[in-house]
Design a protein around this ligand. Sequence first.
Ligand code: UD1
Length: 427
Amino acid sequence: MDRIVIRGGAALSGRLPISGAKNAALTLLPCALLTDQPLTLGNLPRLADVDGFGHLLNGMGVSTATAGTSPDAFGRTITLDARRISSTTAPYDFVRKMRASILVLGPLIARMGEATVSLPGGCAIGNRPIDLHLKALEQLGAEIEITAGYVKATAPDGGLRGGRITFPIVSVGATENALMAASLASGETVIDNAAREPEIVDLCRCLVAMGSEIEGIGTERLVVHGQPRLGGADYKVMPDRIEAGSYACAAAITGGELELVGADIDDMGAILAALSETGLDVAATADGIRVAANGRLRPLTLSTAPYPAFPTDMQAQFMAMLALADGASVLTETIFENRYMHVPELSRMGADIQVHGRTAVVRGVDKLVGADVMATDLRASMSLVLAGLAAEGETRVHRVYHLDRGYERLEEKLSAVGAQIEREADG
Ligand code: UD1
């Protein structure tokens, strides 16, 4: 297994390209199952999770053809063809490694009348149940049975029918499954307390391009007019706001300046507002967003919550950055119950962090010191990379596969803007 080795201290500077959004890609790929026509997705990030999702779909009989993009280019275009679906099962091995596999459930039951998907089980950042996904599909007439670790969903005769779905809490994945299923259900579906994340908007736009009719896009009430058939489309994945936010933190923590090329300022309100509050200069440019450090970082009080509030997927990266701020910050995690696993690793690098339940108090220190560190999830890994970029000496981040799930060619992007970072084979 590889590790990332970083010699800290270099202020980053230059232009850094932002890839297509992982979380948008993972909900756009299963849309291919909704139609017998080809779906072409452009700007798909080259990530382990995107490959994994492709393999899951291949196992269902979906063909995937990658267009001739050069291996040096970021992103790629894939045409998916689900003319014939040979299996409606998402096996344990896929779902265990990639929770987003659950997103085949809605499209499969809507098009094929049945789906069998392994239960995802626990994961590093908490229990993460799928009850809301299942209840939403039941509202559209699905019958759900759970046996031997699998969810078996069956549509009534005549297929799914429109219904009313009111989510008790906001769920990105459950909203996505509901939207995909409702797009092929007969009649109208009203989804209340829907997630409003930009990735949901991206999904809605793709579904509309495929022939679905959706009102209220970007709001908490979505009305879907289901269609008997959906067609193919040619759709480009939105830029990754979490990747862009992570690299903005890299500029901040190293006292540098970056232009995040391709980032969309409109999707990043809460992230950029928090960065400005720490003292970073943030401005839109013709090509993206420019962020520039401006003296020592100021501390923050932040709470994660569904969009448009501050995202849980940025909490770990902000914690690394605030470990070097001029004073005490208070971070509260309201989405996942176990998302502070980076804290002991950051502490080993000299950070002063105390966790009390869902709240972490981060007292800024003058310096961090490089160390061997190990991460348990994707965003936690990035927080350790950020800490390493600013730390004195060498940091070795182990378990790089987490980073490969969500950051396209991280060490290449960072070294191009002045970081001393490389990948080594773990001995
Ligand atoms: C998605 C993102 C993930 C992000 C999260 C929150 C993808 C592939 N992943 O995950 O990066 O951190 O949104 O922005 O897009 N819940 C239930 N029952 C359910 C579903 C969810 O109780 O059936 C709970 C979860 O445990 C969590 C909360 O709802 O506490 C929000 O989770 P959700 O929005 O569903 O996250 P994901 O879609 O899994």
